[in-house]
Structures are given as C-alpha cells and as structure tokens.
Design a protein around this ligand. Structure first.
Ligand code: NOJ
Length: 754
C-alpha cells in the first residue's frame, strides 16, 4: 500500500499531515533550511582566495550543500542552474534520504533566465501587465527547464529614492501601478503551478525600498500610514494573485528587524493580508539578527525568526536554524511552531508536483533555452518599455534616407553586456544585441555607422558584489585614455550627419549594494555630450540606466532624449526600431524624474500643505518641479482626450462610479497610448495627495481611431489607511478626477461620496 503522502488522489493538506506525522524533529528542521548551491555555474572556475572573505562564502557554500542534502538537512538549495547538478542533488534527496522529500530549487530569475528581458523598472515603464506576464512565463519556462522551481522575484519594493541601487529591480514609486505590475509578475512566473511555471516570491517584505539616504541595507523608518498606503499594496496584489512565497527584508523596520518582526510577518502578512504560503528569509537574514544586535546568539536568532514567521532560512554556511532542534529541547521554541513552518514548505512542494516529478529532462533543455520565440518576446518587451522623454521639433523618428553617415558614441552603446543589466546569471552575452549591433542590422546597406566608445565610465570605488562572479562584467581599464577617446568621439560625431550619443551607468553601478550619492552622468559623459553638441551635428541622446539621472543640460540643449533602461538580449534591435519609427514609443515613467539629486525623494502624490501655490518655489536655487513628471512619455502619434464623464455625480460609500473618456489618435500612424486616471479627495478625516493614480490602460490605436475607455472607482480605490483613526476609512468627500496621458493631465470632472 502506498503511504498516504505519496497518494496523488488525496488533498494536499492530508498528504502534508501524513508526511509530517512520519518526520523526526531533525528531518523537520532540515526542511526549513536553504543552502546556496552556486550562481549559475559561474563559480566553477573561480579562484576563491582572490575574493574578499564575505564573497568567499558564496563559493565555498556549494561544497557544504551536498553533505547537508545527503543527510536530509536541506529543504531547498538556491542558485543551481545546471540541470545535471539539479538532478544529482535531487537524486540525493529523493533516493538517498529516509522519506525521499524532494528539494525545492530556488534562484534569482529576475528579468529572464537565458533570454534576458528589460530590467524590472523598465517592465514597469511599459504599463503593460499582459506583456510583463508573457515575459515572465518565458523566464519561468526556461528556468524550469533546467530544474529551477522557484524565483526570488518579483521585487516589488516601492522606491522613491533614485540613489538606492535596487530601484532598478522594482516597480517604481506608485502603489497602484506597483500593484498591477506585481500581480502580473506573479501570474507570469507562477500561473496555476503548471509544469512550465515556477513559484513566485515577492520581496522584500516590507519597506526595504525606503532606506535612509538611499544607502542599501540601512534602517527604514516608515509611518504606518505610509507603509500601508504606499508600500504594502503591491504585496497585497501579489498575494491576491496567489504568490506561494514571500521573502522577508533585511533591514530594521521602525527599529525591529523585518526578519523577526512578529507584527509584520504574523499579524499583518498572514493575519490581515491573508498570505498562506511560506516565508523565506533573505540570504543570511536570520544569522544577521545577531549582527544587528537584536538576537543574543545564532540560536536566539533562529528561535525568534521562526517564532515571528520565517519558515525557511536562506543561509550562508552555518544555518542559524541548525540550532532549532536544540531550541525545541531547551523549550525556547515550540515544536508546533516548527510544524507550522514545515507544513507550509511541504505544501509548496506538493502543489508543484515535486513528489511526482522531481527530475528535469536534461535532453529537452537545449530546445527550450534556444527558442527563437523567446528572444522575440524579449525584443517586443524592450520596445514596449522604452520611454521617449523629449522630442522637440519631431526630431524622432529618424528617416534613414536622410543620413549618409551616423556616429554612435558611448561605451554603453558598444557593449553586449551592459545592455542586459544587472541580476542575470544564465545569459549568453554573445547572443545579446548591443545598440551598435542593433543599429547596424536595422540600417544594413543604407547608412554607414561608425562607433567610438568615447568618455570612459569610471568604475565603482568598491567592487560590485557580482564582479568576479560574472566573467562578462565590464569595467573601464585603469589606463583608458579619456582625453584621446573623447577627442576621437567628438571628431567622429563632427564628421557624421547625425550623432546617437548613449550615456548612462554601467549595469554594475546599479542593483544590490549599488547605491549612489549623486545622479550625475558618471565620468566625463556630460562634457563629451556638450562637445558633440557644439560641433553642430544633430544629436539624439539615448539614456541607459535603471534610475533617473541628472539630465538638466541635455533637456535644455538636445532635441531628442530616449530612456532605454537596460533593455535585455534584444535591446539593440528594440532601440533601433524605436529610433527609426518601426514602432512608436509608449513607455511611461514609473517614477517622478527629479532635476537633480537634491530633489530626492520627490513624488507626484504629495500633499497640498500650507502653501499649495508656492509648490514650484520650495527651493530658491532650482525649481522644485520635476524634470519629467510621473507617467510621462511621448509618442510619435498625437492623442486627444474628450468627453470625460461619470455615470453619476453622487454615490454612497459602498457604491462605485464609472468614469468614461473618449481617446482619439489624431495622427496618421498607429501607436499605443497609456490612458491614466488620477483622483484627489478634496476634504476628509485626513489629507490626501494632490493626485493618485487609480486606473490605467495601455491601448493600441490605429490612425484616426477613437476608443472609449472606462474605469471604475469604488471602495478599493477610494479608501485609505488613516493615521488618526488607525484604520482603513472611506471619507464622505468631493473627488476630482483627471484623465490623460500623464500625471499632469488637465481634463477633469468631479463626483462625490456621501
Ligand atoms: C540578497 C538579495 O537581497 C535578495 O534579493 C536575493 O534574492 C538574495 N540575495 C539571493 O541572491
């Protein structure tokens, strides 16, 4: 007779209970530990002794993993992306341990696996949930093909501080857009747990995007109203979309580490938000409770983390959870707490079908990873996330027939690696399309393209945590001759009919542990741009970055500016098709673009305050308006908004209002428009922001076409968490509604809630 936990006819909860009842305490504790298994095989040829000590652990850890797996003391391993290694480890767990519990293999599949999609902030800039979902389904398919079951994504930390390096991984500044994007990511990665999907693990719960000074890992002080109104909505949306996992954040939230915060993990996440999956710590997040001077010892850290609601410890070397068996014996942890955590971990394994299908088909990997349609969806995603920031005198799109020669300038333009962005581990740099490659392919046989790298982008003053792990990472050599290279680039631009100047930051200058104290273009990129502009050759500026940079000079002096982010494997093709008008850009900023670093943090959804009319003059030395507003992005087409109406002007608190608008593409070309709806509550029991996004739709429209777009505003859109009553409220109030193409939309109407 099969033991009940192996019986697929039984409900998952029964299988879990049966298995749990057969487990020893040690076996249970083993399920709660996750070890590092290496990053995409990138460690294989590395000289361990050359790495700083904290990075050596990453490399040494895989050697400990096998022992732990064989002893049944590992429930999960992360960062194994070699299918035969995945099968080997799985065989040790399935065939070599008493109960044969399969391993859950997790990885950072952040914006693609082998096929690299635009970085997450770029995906948010597409305002296109179905595109995001489709891209993540590709990433899931590729990752699952090599044996990965679970991604530590999406990162849905709202960020309002461009100095913070991880802004590139997130969803931008806005809770409503962030929620829509978060749900799309969960649907894409995880879907309905099918054989080509992976578990989604929204992270980092919660508030990690607001570190003091933008410095990564620093403490976060957030009011409860800001936490609930701004930072938690994307998590709520991810949970509602079914996310199976959540990762806890590293830092202290209002003085209590998020990784051992019972209020946050138990009361809020599970109790109020209804999360029923398992919570993983961030890497070393449990052990670190000791370093944070919260826990007295590693054993204390493990005991308090599991009691607060961490179900699995992502560990480096010795796990703090390794002490849990003793903690139970000592009476500092209840075995029932361990049981609840194990139950949640096993539930995920059963739901994924791992007990039935633990192994990966190594012979099928190649055809999945090489699928041309995957590269094609990456190209489309890149095109859809590009944002046209400025286009004076319809400088864009370019007409190839009007140029004999084009100079492409910038180290970032010529690189197959930079275009991919940070957080990629299984990419094939050779197959990626740089901006120069993309332009050459687009213009083949028509226009000659000359390239000069020009101004060197200075390297970080401290190495990136991934430098040395990814052999394809590029830095500017120490002996790079900036004067000579700038002179060569300027001369090339002077001799050409058009200069496409690519500026920005290297991909290792943004991401985890990659915060910046300024938003300036690194090195002499601005000086070079000024010299090129002074030659009289027309200039198109392409910005490659994951954060807003200081573009004040460019905005005044360069007619066309395009934000391309780190656009991924087919990035160069996408940039070429936007510049030459094969598609009209329709990406929109998911954050407010400040004029310079002193503006940070700056959001569109600020309060009116004592002096609403003096808003633009808050600083005496610089306008206090943004350079580009939230939701901004230009098009090659033109759109007219008209006939904005509400279905009724007065509603009761439990009713909703339907808002309708007619949008017409008044141009002679097909293009997408992102229709955005904002509201403002005129009075109430607290003050609400001047504008808040509460609806959007990206619509494709033919030349001359009119579309009627409808939005619904109900309790979900109108309520907010009130700091005075410490509860969710919906006030009786008059509301303004604006609909248009960005957060400065002027077409408006009103309604009131009685
Ligand atoms: C630390 C990061 O904060 C987290 O986002 C990531 O998933 C883990 N390391 C694993 O790489």
């Amino acid at each position: 007779m099969t033991t009940p936990y192996r019986n697929t006819a039984l409900p998952v909860a029964e299988r879990v209970d049966d298995l749990l009842s057969q487990m020893t305490l040690e076996e249970k504790v083993g399920q709660l530990i996750q070890y590092f298994g290496g990053l995409g095989g990138l460690f294989d040829d590395i000289d361990v002794s050359a790495l700083p000590p904290e990075h050596q652990a990453y490399v040494l850890q895989p050697k400990m993993v096998e022992a732990a797996v064989a002893a049944g003391m590992a429930g999960s391993v992360l960062s194994v992306s070699n299918p035969s290694k995945a099968n080997e480890l799985q065989r040790m767990a399935v065939d070599g341990t008493r109960l044969g519990i399969p391993l859950l293999l997790g990885s950072d599949v952040i914006h693609g696996f082998r096929t690299i999609f635009p970085v997450p902030i770029a995906q948010a800039a597409s305002w296109d949930p179905s595109m995001i979902e489709a891209g993540d389904a590709v990433a899931a398919r590729e990752a699952r093909a090599v044996g990965i079951h679970w991604t530590f994504a999406p990162m849905i930390d709202i960020s309002r501080d461009a100095r913070w390096g991880r802004i590139v991984e997130g969803v931008g500044e806005d809770p409503y857009l962030g929620a829509a994007v978060a749900a799309a990511h969960v649907r894409g990665f995880q879907g309905a747990f099918g054989p080509e999907r992976i578990l989604a693990g929204p992270k980092h719960f919660a508030g990690y995007g607001a570190p003091r000074g933008g410095r990564d890992y620093e403490e976060v002080e957030l009011s409860e109203s800001e936490l609930r109104n701004v930072y938690l909505p994307p998590f709520q949306a991810a949970i509602d979309a079914g996310a199976a996992n959540v990762m806890a954040a590293y830092m202290e939230l209002n003085g209590v580490p998020a990784s051992a915060n019972t209020w946050l993990l138990d009361d809020v996440l599970r109790g109020e938000m209804g999360f029923d999956g398992f919570v993983v710590s961030d890497a070393s997040g449990v052990k670190n409770l000791e370093k944070q001077h919260f826990a007295a010892t590693a054993a204390d850290a493990g005991a308090r983390a599991v009691a607060a609601g961490i179900d699995m410890e992502m560990c480096m070397l010795e796990p703090a959870f390794g002490e849990l068996t003793e903690s139970v014996a000592r009476g500092t942890v209840d075995e029932s707490t361990i049981d609840s955590a194990v139950r949640r971990v096993l539930t995920a394994k059963f739901r994924l079908g791992l007990f039935e299908n633990p192994f990966v088909d190594e012979s099928a990997v190649g055809s999945v990873l090489d699928a041309p349609e995957h590269r094609e969806s990456a190209r489309i995603a890149a095109e859809r996330s590009i944002v046209l920031l400025k286009n004076e005198g319809a400088a864009l799109p370019l007409d190839a027939s009007t140029f004999g020669s084009i100079a492409v300038i910038g180290q970032l333009a010529g690189s197959k690696r930079e275009v991919l962005g940070p957080w990629v581990f299984a990419h094939d740099t050779e197959e990626s399309v740089s901006i120069v490659d993309g332009l050459r392919a687009r213009l083949e046989g028509t226009v000659s393209i000359e390239f000069a790298p020009g101004a060197g982008i200075p390297s970080r003053i401290y190495p990136s945590m991934f430098d040395g792990q990814d052999p394809t990472v590029e830095n500017t050599p120490a002996d790079y001759d900036d004067d000579a290279e700038i002179a060569r680039a300027v001369a090339l631009a002077a001799a050409a009919d058009l200069a496409i100047v690519v500026v920005g930051e290297r991909q290792n200058q943004i991401g985890e542990k990659s915060s910046r104290s300024t938003l300036d273009l690194p090195g002499r990129q601005l000086e070079q741009l000024q010299k090129i502009a002074a030659t009289g050759t027309s200039v198109v500026l392409v910005v490659m970055s994951g954060r807003p940079l200081d573009l004040r000079w460019a905005d005044e002096n360069v007619p066309a500016i395009v934000q391309v982010w780190y656009p991924g494997t087919r990035g160069g093709d996408a940039v070429a098709s936007v510049l030459f008008g094969d598609v009209s850009p329709a990406g929109r900023l998911p954050f407010t673009w400040p004029r310079h670093v002193g503006h940070v943090p700056m959001v569109y959804s600020h309060m009116r305050t004592f002096d609403p009319d003096g808003r633009d003059q808050r600083y005496w030395d610089e306008p206090s308006t943004p350079l580009y507003p939230f939701g901004h992005g230009l098009s090659y087409a033109a759109f007219a908004y008209d006939n904005l109406r509400v279905d009724r002007e007065r509603v009761a608190a439990d009713e909703s209002v339907t808002v309708t608008v007619d949008v017409t593409n008044t141009s002679d070309r097909t293009a997408d428009e992102v229709v955005q709806l904002y509201i403002h509550q005129r009075h109430g029991t607290a003050v609400r922001p001047v504008r808040e996004l509460k609806g959007f739709e990206r619509v494709a429209m033919g030349a001359g076409e009119t579309r009627t777009v409808t939005f619904t505003l109900g309790e979900a859109e109108l309520r907010y968490w009130n700091a005075a009553s410490r509860d969710w409220v919906q006030d009786a109030s008059a509301f303004d509604v604006w609909v248009g193409g960005d957060s400065t939309a002027s077409l408006s109407t009103t309604f009131s809630v009685e």
